[in-house]
Write a new protein. Structure first.
Lengths: 846, 289
């Protein structure tokens, strides 16, 4: 391991402070009655550090540490009664603590934070019961004395309750602190934090969360047992009282107070624990009340803890006093611009003809009854970039999850072979070693590590060369300036670059990219395309899925089209969209126009002006102007990710737009049938309807009347099944129920988000017939559709949404508009949106 | 045989108490993502009020009603003042805050009513003889009252629109928002219901154990074991888990060792969870990327 000088300097602070403290103790500067308290604070510091680092680094909150503490103390008592050497006692306590901790950590990794709380609560309760009953060893509630322990290494004799153990405690705390500081900079901590902040992404870089939490709990338990030995020695007497569950709660309070995961915070916590009895005496309030109030106040007002809260200002003051400019490697305060030198764009190499690297045969994945992937077969050559396309729900992400081993509890069948190794039987954590790297749609970076650490944590041990290699890698993707920042401080585009850098870190043979272009602006997308080509030129095979077809096609050698979990087409970027099956999977196949009401009012019921919205830096919608006219059917068509659902939420009024205005004329009642139906699956059909009416304040007889009326709208086959849980309905029936639920409040405007999603064609027609039927009764409908031709067939007016912008708007009867709409759907308009090649392809699409 | 029957009845009676408490915990957890550690100590406050009223000659039944009312009021106060400001989805912070509340409430009870354990009035005394065993009537009443309360809760959730709305919010807060359900109001109702059940459970439990500031900690822990066994989000699971723990607890105390009943109960729970992490009635969740 390699540490820079500042780490070593900080590591030396602990021993230095310990030495100073010991000198004070020896010189009599600390009054005799406070000597014990100082030693106790040292012991508590070790315990708080164990609990706090376990929580901060592994995300495991334990209330079981009183038990570890007790184990150490009783080891000291038993050892002293049986003439054991100090070292033997420590070794025994540490081994016991480590073994129990490893078990708890392993078991805990299978559970959520609440289950771990119960597990450790049970551990403390059981240990306390054993301590109380096993009186031959523990003395029961009478307690047992710690006489003296002699060091086998010649450190001297430590009489229980004497002054020597007090020095030992302070010295031990200093050493533990000194070890904790370099541990912060180690790969161990990075891997622990990585496993905690995103277990699934951690698996893809070869980190197994179970092993990590087992290891960290073992170390934490061992340290606390060690502290228990010290406690036994400094008090000279052990009884069950100090190890109660409320001590466990106080420990958590001390951790949170000092700052979870902060080494200095642990010292603050230890001091607080030691002197909180004096504090409560001083303010004249019982101790539990003080502890409870401190706990609540800290969690409410200072959840980060006192030390991190003070550290920022303190550092600034210190810097001001020293009058030193900020050190060179400090990050600049404003987010830097991507400082990539303009390099010539590497041209896409010739179509790959190398040997096959990856080979999939008849791979299917099912979750319960749902088939996410059906009988997929494909192969990827060694130097190929393969693009996989298909509408939402086609099974693309499932395919990637099969490759990276993240299928969860889905049933996987078939065979996959990566350079002669059976892929499906390899654990997710081992696939990194086989040479598979992957990125995620939402850039699942480790939010609690810095940018550089996000990449460094892929190594088990960090050697000197590794930091340089990572620095070079970050420079190559334009992240060098922000290497010391947290990813959450960065815009989404940079987070995606980090995700890519992490996947590239060990030069994978196969790189899997999950929607790498989504959420990026034009410049960033061009840069990304450049990266992908460069990687490919260096010999990496790439499998990439995306909805942004222009960018995808500009980097791909070959395109594979998916729908309903199956392969439906295969070809080059230039030819694949000419396949009618592939085209219709996107555009839909609807022949005749539905019979719509002829008269449409001119009054706007809802009006959007300059409306935009973004989620954590990702722009979903920008500058939308839209009118929903009374009595009309307005279609909003766009590919997945174009911003439809966001627009639906804004029109509905349940989502407040970040920019611009939403006006509605008078008291317009809107109602939304959300994407994916959004039914309450455990509730029956009737309850689903009732709940919606109840939410609108309709109760009693009025509710029954509405229910009656709405049920009449449902198809007969559903009317007979009103008390069946909604989960038991087919997709089309669920959609019908979702619309009925929206209708029960008698809306003026009905907004339906992707009603056709995942439905068989016949059902789609039925759903649409019923929707159109509603418009004849004067209802205004907004329809959000992935299929452009379907929107064209059933709407008075269609707006085409492309990457958050209305790219075209008009009436389906207009021929010119029909052509315009199609090119707007795929590339944002007839004028080249991004690159010249995109325009060329657009003309082919026509 | 009569001994076994006695143990079984007392096990079911304890289990009914754990089940009621567990039901309260699950109702609150499902609605607001808070595991309410303070439930036991808030109910203890209610019990002390009941005892005080009893000492002044108020009928026991009214005392019980007062206990429920005080507990519910205290719980709502806690939720509005310290839980709600934490915000949504703070699982661990919320748990720890309720631990803090529990410390304060226990101490408050101790300073107002004293640390000395007291007797708690039972609704009925005496025993009935049945197939050779003298069964305490209080146990049978406990089982009856708990069963009635559980049936009422079942009716509320299964048959009323309010219950459907509460289940809807528990299943999907996001969809509930789209439909327009008032989450805060339903959360308050859930807290009131959960704490009312806890107070009722306390009133049924305390006649046997006596009343002290930490009298309800033991049943709370067993209720925890029960709900984890049952699957944390399932109301049936809470009842079945509580009953299982109650019966096991009494069997172990009588036929294995009375000194190691916690060890037995918790080891059993942890073992079951190691084999089936989602609990008996829980659903396995899968995180999608």
């Amino acid at each position: 391991m390699v540490f820079n000088r500042s780490v070593l300097a900080r590591a030396a602070l602990g021993p230095a402070a310990g030495a100073v403290l010991m000198v004070f103790m020896a010189a009599g500067a600390i009054p005799a009655y406070q000597m014990y308290s100082v030693a106790l604070a040292a012991v508590y510091t070790i315990v708080v550090l164990s609990v706090g680092l376990l929580a901060g680094w592994s995300g495991i909150w334990s209330v079981g540490h009183p038990a570890f503490f007790a184990i150490g103390a009783y080891f000291a008592a038993y050892g002293s009664a049986h003439g054991w050497a100090l070292e033997a006692v420590v070794a025994g306590a540490v081994t016991a603590g480590a073994a129990l901790g490893a078990f708890l950590g392993y078991a805990g990794a299978r559970f959520s934070v609440l289950y771990i709380a119960l597990l450790t609560l049970a551990f403390t309760t059981v240990t306390l019961e054993l301590v109380n009953r096993w009186s031959s060893v523990t003395g029961g509630d009478q307690g047992v004395p710690v006489l003296q322990l002699r060091s086998a290494l010649g450190l001297g004799v430590f009489p229980g309750g004497g002054t020597e153990p007090q020095y030992l405690a302070v010295g031990a705390a200093a050493v533990v602190l000194a070890l904790a500081v370099p541990a912060r900079a180690s790969a161990l901590r990075m891997r622990l934090v990585a496993a905690k902040s995103h277990p699934m992404a951690a698996r893809t870089v070869g980190i197994a969360p179970e092993a990590q939490s087992s290891l960290s709990f073992a170390v934490s338990g061992a340290c606390t047992s060690f502290a228990g030995v010290l406690l036994g020695l400094i008090t000279g007497f052990v009884s069950p009282d100090p190890f109660s569950l409320s001590f466990g709660i106080s420990l958590i309070a001390a951790c949170v107070l000092g700052g979870v995961g902060s080494v200095l915070g642990a010292v603050a916590g230890g001091i607080y624990l030691t002197w909180s009895p004096s504090l409560s005496t001083a303010v004249g309030v019982p101790q539990p009340v003080v502890q409870g109030l401190v706990l609540i106040a800290i969690l409410l007002f200072l959840p980060g803890g006192v030390v991190p809260f003070l550290a920022g200002p303190a550092r600034r003051v210190l810097r001001g006093v020293l009058r030193r400019p900020a050190a060179g490697h400090r990050p600049s305060p404003e987010p830097p611009e991507p400082s990539e030198p303009p390099e010539p764009l590497p041209a896409l190499g010739p179509p790959a003809e190398g040997p096959a690297l990856l080979h999939l045969e008849h791979v299917s994945v099912s979750y319960g009854g749902l088939k996410a992937l059906e009988d997929a077969s494909m192969s990827v050559r060694q130097d190929e970039i393969l693009a996989v396309i298909g509408p939402n729900g086609a099974g693309k992400t499932t395919l990637l999850n099969v490759l990276s081993g993240l299928t969860g509890n889905g049933r996987v069948s078939g065979t996959a072979d990566l350079a002669g190794r059976a892929l499906l039987r390899t654990r997710a954590t081992a696939r990194r070693r086989l040479g598979i790297g992957r990125t995620f749609q939402h850039a699942e970076v480790f939010s609690e590590l810095t940018v550089a650490e996000n990449v460094l944590c892929t190594r088990r041990r960090i050697r000197a060369g590794d930091r340089d290699a990572v620095a070079r890698l970050l420079r190559s993707v334009g992240l060098a300036e922000v290497a010391d920042r947290r990813p959450t401080e960065l815009p989404f585009g940079l987070q995606k670059r980090l995700d890519l850098a992490r996947a590239m870190a060990e030069r994978p043979r196969l790189l899997i990219l999950d929607e790498p272009f989504g959420g990026l602006d034009a410049g960033e997308r061009a840069l990304l395309a450049q990266h992908i080509r460069r990687l490919n030129a260096d010999g990496t095979a790439v499998v990439v899925i995306d909805h942004v077809l222009d960018d995808l096609f500009s980097v791909a050698h070959r395109v594979l089209a998916f729908d309903f979990g199956r392969t439906i087409g295969d070809g080059t970027p230039d030819t694949v969209l000419q396949d009618p099956k592939v085209r219709s999977s996107y555009l839909g196949t609807v022949g005749s126009r539905a019979r719509l009401p002829d008269t449409v009012g001119e009054r706007s019921l809802i009006r959007l002006r300059g409306t935009g919205h973004s989620y954590g830096g990702v722009v979903a919608l920008r500058d939308i102007d839209l009118d929903v006219r009374e009595g009309s059917v307005l279609g909003v068509a766009g590919a997945n990710g174009a911003g439809k659902s966001t627009l639906a939420g804004i029109l509905h009024g349940s989502l407040r737009p970040a920019h611009g205005v939403r006006e509605s004329s008078g008291a317009v009642r809107t109602s939304l049938a959300p994407e994916g139906r959004g039914l309450f699956r455990t509730l029956s059909l009737r309850e689903n309807l009732e709940v919606a009416a109840y939410a609108a304040g309709i109760t009693g007889a009025a509710l029954r009347e509405r229910l009656e009326e709405t049920v009449q709208w449902l198809p007969v086959r559903l009317r007979d099944r009103m008390s069946v849980p909604a989960a038991g309905l087919s997709g089309g029936e669920q959609q019908m129920l979702a619309v009925a639920r929206a209708l029960i409040v008698r809306p003026d405007v009905l907004i339906v988000d992707e009603p056709a999603l995942g439905l068989a064609p016949a059902l789609v027609d039925e759903v649409y017939d019923r929707l159109i039927g509603l418009t004849h009764d004067g209802l205004t409908v907004v329809l959000l559709e992935q299929s452009l031709s379907r929107a064209m067939a059933v709407c008075h007016e269609v707006a085409v949404l492309h990457e958050g912008v209305v790219a075209a708007q008009g009436r389906p009867g207009d021929r010119q508009f029909a052509a315009l709409a199609e090119s707007a759907y795929f590339s944002g308009g007839p004028v080249p949106a991004t690159t010249a090649s995109a325009a060329a392809r657009t003309s082919q699409v026509k | 045989m009569s001994q076994f029957l006695l143990v079984l009845v007392s096990g079911v009676a304890s289990g009914a108490v754990y089940g009621l408490m567990g039901l309260g915990l699950v109702i609150i957890y499902r609605a607001t993502d808070v595991v309410n550690f303070a439930m036991a100590s808030l109910a203890t406050l209610g019990l002390y009020v009941a005892v005080s009223l009893h000492d002044r000659g108020v009928a026991t039944v009214f005392g019980l009603l007062a206990a429920v009312a005080v507990t519910v009021a205290a719980g709502l106060l806690v939720r509005e003042t310290v839980i709600r400001p934490l915000g949504q989805g703070q699982l661990f912070s919320a748990l720890v805050v309720t631990m803090g509340v529990s410390l304060i409430a226990e101490n408050l009870a101790g300073s107002v009513w004293g640390e000395q354990p007291r007797d708690f009035p039972s609704l009925v005394d005496g025993t009935v003889r049945w197939s050779g065993a003298a069964l305490p009537v209080q146990s049978l009443v406990t089982i009856g009252v708990a069963a009635l309360a559980m049936a009422l809760v079942g009716y509320l959730f299964a048959r009323t629109t309010l219950g459907s709305a509460m289940r809807a919010v528990a299943e999907s807060p996001a969809t509930a928002r789209v439909v327009g359900l008032g989450a805060q109001r339903l959360a308050r109702i859930s807290w009131a219901l959960g704490l009312g059940l806890a107070a009722l459970a306390g009133c049924l439990y305390a006649p046997r154990s006596g009343l002290a500031t930490t009298a309800l900690t033991a049943p709370l822990f067993r209720a925890f074991a029960g709900i984890f066994l049952g699957g944390l989000t399932s109301m049936y699971g809470a009842v079945v888990g509580g009953l299982a723990i109650g019966v096991l607890d009494n069997l172990a105390a009588n036929y294995v060792s009375a000194s190691f009943r916690d060890t037995f109960v918790f080891s059993f729970t942890v073992l079951v969870l190691l084999i089936r992490p989602q609990g008996l009635f829980g659903t396995r969740t899968f995180q999608r990327v």
